[in-house]
Ligand binder design. Structure first.
Ligand code: SF4
Length: 482
């Protein structure tokens, strides 16, 4: 895999990355991935191969290539898939990838090229399902006090972080680069990481688990914005309550003014909202952002209302106020002075709040690793690297990361994203340059591989791996595999 050279005092030199460690007998290199075992440079972790299960959790097929009918895919997938996890790295880039493995499926010769890529250009995109305010957009995100990324634009029911990237890995202090690398590796390996956001919250992020915002585990992801919630549940409120306000930091909905209310002939109630009216029944900026009702900073929902208009309001008028997750809800009736007085919520309205809660999905953190394989890494696959890029864009080559499907961005290069929860545990490593080590596999027909200038003299049959004692077969189960 690598060409270790013997140095003085029985040390050997690892050349799998630019650090070029001298490693003593019985010791590991700086990244803990390679070690000196009786004078031989060895990859410490086992090389992971995935075996297709017959069904979820079912019996494993024998460790051999082939089997099954071709389903028409250009890139065929063998029952045994050789991942890059534990395969090792070659450096410098012109050296062929550590494993270039051929297999035959229904008479079609395929090849999978695997390598543990060293990514200086990489990061993670984090989606945090919560309405709670995490901080101002573009605010710096820190781990152990070091800047490792920033809060970016919110998505529907989620707050997004963009972490890592070459700027934080290489452009700041040595500590910033090291802490960024550690945080990226832990997040990518589905471990919890505590992050603080300048001017905002502290949040513990772990892929596949609920976020913990300021020490409180988030339970539900909002059913929609305030306006959408009105649209979804207006019919269920019709005839049971005169007015509904769905409090939301972004778009607060008001039933009687909203198009949904108009179509149901719900009469005007004389309600007066604070904030900026966007369109009928949809209000922006009713309060400041925070960790209270609907991602606002309020604990008293009446603070978003002005006085009711006596021309339309009447004593006894009923009103439900609810947040976008149903976590907060209150019921009011107007008194003789047209002031809302909180009363016990009638059971059918309580049921509607529970229906909102029921329609919320569990709040989770999602971590997508994003890396650029469009640079030098391609030279380990072919002596004409741009042909690999074209082959990927032409869908002749399938890219996977630890066997997991990736999304390859359109445009130049091979810039991909992968859901880390779809990958086997411990798929990511690091080197202290600093950079992330991530598995990447390219699978294509052997004839296409030859045509793009592949390293044909390094192709080895799948069966030749069978005798490798460092191999660790793992079941391939679609969905979460960690
Ligand atoms: S950091 Fe790891 S891969 Fe790089 S030279 Fe040292 S032992 Fe080898």
């Amino acid at each position: 895999m690598t060409d270790a050279t013997v140095a003085g005092g029985d040390k050997i030199r690892c050349d799998a990355c630019p650090v070029m460690c001298y490693i003593k007998p019985g010791a590991a290199g700086a990244c803990d991935r390679y070690a000196n075992h009786n004078g031989e440079l060895v990859r410490v972790d086992p090389h992971i191969v995935l075996e297709q299960t017959v069904s979820h959790g079912g019996r494993l097929v024998p460790f051999q290539a082939g089997g099954g009918d071709w389903d028409g895919k250009i890139v065929l997938e063998p029952n045994v898939f050789v991942t890059a996890i534990g395969a090792g790295t070659t450096y410098p880039d012109y050296k062929p990838a550590p494993f270039i493995v051929s297999s035959e499926i229904d008479g079609v010769d395929m090849v999978t090229v695997v390598t543990e890529g060293i990514f200086s250009y990489c990061g993670v995109k984090v989606k945090i399902d919560t309405d709670r305010y995490l901080g101002p957009e573009t605010a710096t995100v820190r781990a152990q006090g070091e800047a490792i990324g920033h809060l970016t634009t919110s998505e529907y029911g989620s707050q997004m972080l963009s972490l890592g990237g070459v700027h934080h890995l290489t452009g700041g202090s040595k500590k910033e680069g090291r802490v960024t690398c550690d945080a990226l590796m832990d997040l990518s390996n589905c471990k919890p990481v505590e992050l603080t956001i300048d001017g905002g919250a502290t949040v513990v992020v772990q892929a596949g688990y609920p976020p913990i915002v300021n020490g409180v585990a988030e339970e539900r992801m909002r059913v929609g914005c305030g306006s959408a919630t009105i649209g979804m549940f207006a019919k269920q409120w019709h005839g049971k309550v005169d007015e509904v306000v769905v409090v939301d930091d972004h778009i607060t909905g008001v039933l009687s003014e909203h198009q949904a209310g108009k179509l149901l002939d719900i009469p005007d109630t004389g309600i007066k909202m604070k904030g900026r009216r966007s369109t009928p029944g949809r209000y922006f900026q009713v309060a400041d952002p925070g960790t209270g009702w609907g991602g606002t900073n309020i604990s008293d929902p009446l603070s978003v209302l002005g006085p009711f208009n006596p021309k339309e309001a009447r004593p006894g008028l009923t009103m439900l106020m609810v947040s976008t997750t149903g976590e907060h809800a209150a019921y009011y009736e107007l008194d003789e002075a047209l002031r809302p007085i909180e009363k016990q919520m009638p059971p059918d309205l309580r049921f509607s709040v529970e229906r909102i809660q029921e329609n919320c999905e569990p709040a989770l953190c999602t971590v997508l690793f994003m890396g650029g394989a469009g640079g030098s890494l391609r030279a380990g696959v072919t002596d004409n690297p741009v042909r690999l890029t074209r082959s990927v864009k032409d869908a002749l080559t399938r890219v996977t990361s630890g066997g997991a499907p990736v999304y390859v961005w359109p445009g130049g290069g091979i810039t991909f994203m992968v859901d880390v929860t779809q990958m086997p545990a411990g798929a990511f490593g690091y080197v202290p340059t600093p950079a992330l080590v991530a598995p990447i596999e390219f699978t294509l027909r052997l004839s296409d591989y030859a045509a793009l200038g592949g390293h044909m003299d390094h192709v080895r049959p799948l069966a030749s791996l069978r005798d490798n004692t460092e191999l660790r077969p793992m079941p391939y189960i679609p969905g979460r595999r960690t």
